[in-house]
Design a protein around this ligand. Structure first.
Ligand SMILES: [Zn+2]
Length: 107
């Protein structure tokens, strides 16, 4: 997996790791949540961890799973370069969608 982001000061633009059919992709990631989604206790509170509660509040497993699906739907709509191959094709002329500069880095 490779993580594309911008190094322009105060920009902080980033996208998800590149997707591939046989590797990391939304369907494979979300498949891991399906076992939880099909259990009986879906409306129980997701976590009692104080750090999680401070960030998210007392939300149910149902809501956590729904938010995970929404997160990937948002990425699918907004990722300029879904695959590494798409990025390779554009990288010599690509500019950051947020700041318009060419300060990309891949980790
Ligand atoms: Zn930028």
């Amino acid at each position: 997996m490779s993580f594309l982001h911008c190094h322009t000061k105060d920009c902080f633009w980033e996208q998800d790791d590149f997707y591939s059919v046989d590797g990391y992709n939304p369907a494979e990631y979300l498949k891991d949540w399906m076992e939880q989604l099909c259990k009986d206790n879906i409306d129980e509170q997701f976590s009692n961890c104080s750090e999680f509660l401070a960030k998210n509040g007392p939300i149910s497993k149902r809501e956590v799973i729904a938010q995970e699906f929404e997160k990937f739907a948002d990425r699918i709509r907004n990722m300029p370069w879904i695959t590494y191959e798409q990025w390779k094709k554009d990288k010599d002329t690509a500019v950051c969608p947020k700041c318009g500069m060419r300060n990309f880095d891949i980790d």
